[in-house]
Design a binder for this molecule. Sequence first.
Ligand SMILES: [Zn+2]
Ligand SMILES: [Zn+2]
Length: 257
Amino acid sequence: MSKLNNIWRSLKLNYKSWLILIASNVILSWSNILHGFLEYAINICILYYGHVISHWEIFYPFNYGHIYHHKNVNLLSSIIQVLIEIFAVMTLYIFIITIFGKNSLNAFTVLMFSIFYTTIHNINYSILHVNKVHEKHHNDVKYNYGPDIIDIIMDTKYDVENDLENTDHYIPNILIATTIAYYAKKKYNLLNENSKMNVIYFLIMIYIIMLNILFFLTVYAFYITKKDVIEKIINGGLEDLFMEFMEERWKYIKNCR
Ligand SMILES: [Zn+2]
Ligand SMILES: [Zn+2]
Protein backbone atom coordinates (compact mmCIF):
# COMPACT_ATOMS: atom_id res chain seq x y z
CA MET A 1 0.00 0.00 0.00
CA SER A 2 1.27 3.47 -0.75
CA LYS A 3 2.35 5.82 2.02
CA LEU A 4 -0.46 8.26 1.19
CA ASN A 5 -2.97 5.47 1.57
CA ASN A 6 -1.53 4.54 4.98
CA ILE A 7 -1.70 8.18 6.10
CA TRP A 8 -5.32 8.31 4.96
CA ARG A 9 -6.17 5.05 6.79
CA SER A 10 -4.60 6.41 9.98
CA LEU A 11 -6.46 9.75 9.72
CA LYS A 12 -9.75 7.90 9.10
CA LEU A 13 -9.20 5.51 11.99
CA ASN A 14 -8.31 8.38 14.34
CA TYR A 15 -10.71 11.09 13.20
CA LYS A 16 -12.00 11.52 16.78
CA SER A 17 -8.59 12.40 18.26
CA TRP A 18 -7.89 14.74 15.31
CA LEU A 19 -11.20 16.56 15.83
CA ILE A 20 -10.45 16.95 19.54
CA LEU A 21 -6.96 18.24 18.67
CA ILE A 22 -8.48 20.79 16.26
CA ALA A 23 -10.89 21.87 19.02
CA SER A 24 -7.90 22.22 21.36
CA ASN A 25 -6.22 24.49 18.79
CA VAL A 26 -9.37 26.61 18.46
CA ILE A 27 -9.53 27.04 22.25
CA LEU A 28 -5.84 27.84 22.77
CA SER A 29 -5.19 29.86 19.59
CA TRP A 30 -8.54 31.61 19.25
CA SER A 31 -7.02 34.96 18.17
CA ASN A 32 -5.07 33.33 15.30
CA ILE A 33 -6.34 29.85 14.50
CA LEU A 34 -4.34 29.50 11.25
CA HIS A 35 -1.07 30.23 13.06
CA GLY A 36 -2.31 27.80 15.71
CA PHE A 37 -2.49 25.01 13.11
CA LEU A 38 1.13 25.66 12.18
CA GLU A 39 2.11 25.63 15.86
CA TYR A 40 0.30 22.34 16.43
CA ALA A 41 2.08 20.80 13.43
CA ILE A 42 5.45 22.05 14.77
CA ASN A 43 4.67 20.68 18.24
CA ILE A 44 3.80 17.25 16.83
CA CYS A 45 7.14 17.26 14.96
CA ILE A 46 8.96 18.37 18.16
CA LEU A 47 7.57 15.30 19.97
CA TYR A 48 8.81 13.00 17.21
CA TYR A 49 12.24 14.56 16.64
CA GLY A 50 12.85 15.08 20.38
CA HIS A 51 12.53 11.32 20.78
CA VAL A 52 14.55 10.48 17.65
CA ILE A 53 17.40 12.77 18.77
CA SER A 54 17.45 11.15 22.22
CA HIS A 55 18.49 7.92 20.45
CA TRP A 56 21.30 9.43 18.39
CA GLU A 57 24.56 7.54 18.94
CA ILE A 58 26.52 10.81 19.12
CA PHE A 59 24.79 11.70 22.40
CA TYR A 60 25.82 8.52 24.21
CA PRO A 61 26.34 8.46 27.25
CA PHE A 62 24.54 11.83 27.72
CA ASN A 63 21.27 10.21 26.62
CA TYR A 64 21.72 7.46 29.21
CA GLY A 65 18.56 8.54 31.06
CA HIS A 66 16.40 7.51 28.10
CA ILE A 67 18.42 4.34 27.50
CA TYR A 68 17.87 3.47 31.18
CA HIS A 69 14.12 4.00 30.69
CA HIS A 70 14.23 1.51 27.78
CA LYS A 71 15.80 -1.20 29.90
CA ASN A 72 14.21 -0.65 33.33
CA VAL A 73 10.68 -0.42 34.65
CA ASN A 74 10.99 1.21 38.09
CA LEU A 75 10.39 4.47 39.92
CA LEU A 76 13.85 5.88 39.11
CA SER A 77 13.33 5.24 35.39
CA SER A 78 9.88 6.94 35.47
CA ILE A 79 11.18 10.02 37.33
CA ILE A 80 14.15 10.36 34.93
CA GLN A 81 11.89 9.94 31.89
CA VAL A 82 9.32 12.53 33.03
CA LEU A 83 12.14 15.02 33.78
CA ILE A 84 13.73 14.35 30.38
CA GLU A 85 10.43 14.98 28.60
CA ILE A 86 9.70 18.27 30.40
CA PHE A 87 13.33 19.39 30.07
CA ALA A 88 13.55 18.45 26.35
CA VAL A 89 10.32 20.27 25.44
CA MET A 90 11.47 23.39 27.35
CA THR A 91 14.91 23.26 25.69
CA LEU A 92 13.46 22.89 22.18
CA TYR A 93 11.00 25.70 22.93
CA ILE A 94 13.81 28.03 24.07
CA PHE A 95 15.84 27.02 20.99
CA ILE A 96 12.95 27.79 18.59
CA ILE A 97 11.99 31.16 20.13
CA THR A 98 15.65 32.21 20.23
CA ILE A 99 15.98 31.56 16.49
CA PHE A 100 12.52 32.48 15.18
CA GLY A 101 11.42 35.07 17.73
CA LYS A 102 9.16 35.22 20.77
CA ASN A 103 5.95 35.01 18.76
CA SER A 104 6.90 31.97 16.68
CA LEU A 105 5.58 29.49 19.28
CA ASN A 106 2.89 29.99 21.91
CA ALA A 107 4.14 28.80 25.31
CA PHE A 108 0.66 27.51 26.21
CA THR A 109 0.34 25.20 23.21
CA VAL A 110 3.83 23.91 24.08
CA LEU A 111 2.56 23.36 27.65
CA MET A 112 -0.48 21.49 26.27
CA PHE A 113 1.72 19.20 24.12
CA SER A 114 4.16 18.64 26.96
CA ILE A 115 1.39 17.43 29.33
CA PHE A 116 -0.26 15.48 26.50
CA TYR A 117 2.90 13.57 25.52
CA THR A 118 4.27 12.97 29.02
CA THR A 119 0.96 11.57 30.29
CA ILE A 120 0.47 9.37 27.20
CA HIS A 121 3.96 7.93 27.49
CA ASN A 122 4.13 7.53 31.26
CA ILE A 123 0.49 6.72 32.07
CA ASN A 124 -1.30 5.38 28.96
CA TYR A 125 1.57 3.25 27.66
CA SER A 126 3.65 2.54 30.76
CA ILE A 127 0.99 2.09 33.48
CA LEU A 128 -2.28 1.35 31.65
CA HIS A 129 -0.64 -0.55 28.74
CA VAL A 130 -3.36 0.67 26.37
CA ASN A 131 -1.71 -1.08 23.42
CA LYS A 132 1.60 -2.62 22.27
CA VAL A 133 2.67 0.24 19.98
CA HIS A 134 5.16 1.81 22.41
CA GLU A 135 6.37 -1.58 23.63
CA LYS A 136 7.49 -2.27 20.04
CA HIS A 137 9.67 0.84 20.27
CA HIS A 138 11.21 -0.48 23.49
CA ASN A 139 11.97 -3.77 21.76
CA ASP A 140 13.40 -2.17 18.64
CA VAL A 141 14.50 1.47 18.83
CA LYS A 142 14.27 1.91 15.05
CA TYR A 143 10.46 2.00 15.15
CA ASN A 144 7.42 3.71 16.71
CA TYR A 145 8.90 6.89 18.14
CA GLY A 146 5.41 8.38 18.13
CA PRO A 147 3.08 10.08 17.34
CA ASP A 148 1.93 7.33 14.94
CA ILE A 149 1.17 9.66 12.02
CA ILE A 150 4.76 11.01 11.90
CA ASP A 151 6.14 7.45 12.11
CA ILE A 152 4.06 6.62 9.01
CA ILE A 153 5.31 9.73 7.18
CA MET A 154 8.96 9.13 8.17
CA ASP A 155 8.89 5.34 7.48
CA THR A 156 9.63 4.47 11.10
CA LYS A 157 6.26 2.79 11.72
CA TYR A 158 6.48 -0.87 12.70
CA ASP A 159 4.27 -3.07 10.47
CA VAL A 160 2.45 -0.11 8.96
CA GLU A 161 0.07 -2.35 6.97
CA ASN A 162 -1.36 -4.22 9.96
CA ASP A 163 -0.56 -2.26 13.08
CA LEU A 164 -1.85 1.31 12.81
CA GLU A 165 -2.42 2.79 16.25
CA ASN A 166 -5.96 3.57 17.38
CA THR A 167 -5.34 6.86 19.18
CA ASP A 168 -8.73 7.17 20.91
CA HIS A 169 -6.79 6.80 24.18
CA TYR A 170 -5.22 10.25 23.45
CA ILE A 171 -8.60 11.96 23.93
CA PRO A 172 -8.71 12.31 27.76
CA ASN A 173 -5.06 13.46 27.74
CA ILE A 174 -5.78 16.16 25.12
CA LEU A 175 -8.84 17.33 27.06
CA ILE A 176 -7.03 17.53 30.41
CA ALA A 177 -3.88 19.11 28.91
CA THR A 178 -5.94 21.70 27.00
CA THR A 179 -7.93 22.60 30.13
CA ILE A 180 -4.72 23.10 32.17
CA ALA A 181 -3.08 25.16 29.39
CA TYR A 182 -6.26 27.22 28.92
CA TYR A 183 -6.46 28.17 32.62
CA ALA A 184 -2.72 28.81 32.81
CA LYS A 185 -3.04 31.18 29.82
CA LYS A 186 -6.06 32.93 31.34
CA LYS A 187 -4.31 33.44 34.70
CA TYR A 188 -1.05 34.58 33.07
CA ASN A 189 -2.82 37.14 30.87
CA LEU A 190 -4.45 38.69 33.96
CA LEU A 191 -1.04 39.38 35.56
CA ASN A 192 0.72 42.74 35.33
CA GLU A 193 4.10 42.98 33.54
CA ASN A 194 6.05 42.68 36.81
CA SER A 195 4.29 39.49 37.86
CA LYS A 196 4.72 38.06 34.33
CA MET A 197 8.50 38.60 34.64
CA ASN A 198 8.42 36.86 38.05
CA VAL A 199 6.69 33.84 36.46
CA ILE A 200 9.42 33.71 33.78
CA TYR A 201 12.21 33.94 36.43
CA PHE A 202 10.47 31.18 38.38
CA LEU A 203 10.36 28.96 35.27
CA ILE A 204 14.05 29.63 34.56
CA MET A 205 14.84 28.57 38.15
CA ILE A 206 12.75 25.39 37.76
CA TYR A 207 14.56 24.66 34.48
CA ILE A 208 17.99 24.94 36.14
CA ILE A 209 16.92 22.86 39.18
CA MET A 210 15.47 20.20 36.84
CA LEU A 211 18.71 20.07 34.83
CA ASN A 212 20.69 19.45 38.03
CA ILE A 213 18.34 16.74 39.34
CA LEU A 214 18.31 15.09 35.90
CA PHE A 215 22.11 15.14 35.77
CA PHE A 216 22.50 13.53 39.20
CA LEU A 217 19.79 10.91 38.63
CA THR A 218 21.27 9.99 35.23
CA VAL A 219 24.77 9.64 36.73
CA TYR A 220 23.27 7.54 39.54
CA ALA A 221 21.38 5.30 37.05
CA PHE A 222 24.61 4.92 35.06
CA TYR A 223 26.52 4.08 38.24
CA ILE A 224 24.13 1.36 39.47
CA THR A 225 23.98 -0.37 36.09
CA LYS A 226 27.64 0.01 35.13
CA LYS A 227 29.22 -0.45 38.57
CA ASP A 228 31.72 -3.06 37.34
CA VAL A 229 32.82 -0.89 34.41
CA ILE A 230 33.25 2.17 36.65
CA GLU A 231 35.29 0.19 39.20
CA LYS A 232 37.55 -1.07 36.41
CA ILE A 233 38.06 2.51 35.23
CA ILE A 234 38.80 3.75 38.76
CA ASN A 235 41.37 1.00 39.29
CA GLY A 236 42.91 1.42 35.84
CA GLY A 237 44.57 4.27 34.05
CA LEU A 238 43.60 6.65 31.27
CA GLU A 239 44.07 3.92 28.67
CA ASP A 240 41.47 1.72 30.45
CA LEU A 241 39.08 4.63 30.57
CA PHE A 242 39.39 5.10 26.80
CA MET A 243 39.03 1.36 26.04
CA GLU A 244 36.01 0.96 28.29
CA PHE A 245 34.39 4.03 26.80
CA MET A 246 34.87 2.73 23.24
CA GLU A 247 33.59 -0.72 24.20
CA GLU A 248 30.48 0.68 25.91
CA ARG A 249 29.86 2.95 22.97
CA TRP A 250 30.17 0.09 20.51
CA LYS A 251 27.72 -2.02 22.58
CA TYR A 252 25.27 0.86 22.45
CA ILE A 253 25.65 1.41 18.70
CA LYS A 254 25.14 -2.35 18.07
CA ASN A 255 21.95 -2.22 20.16
CA CYS A 256 20.60 0.62 18.03
CA ARG A 257 20.99 -1.32 14.79
ZN1 LIG B 1 12.96 5.69 23.00
ZN1 LIG C 1 8.99 4.44 26.81
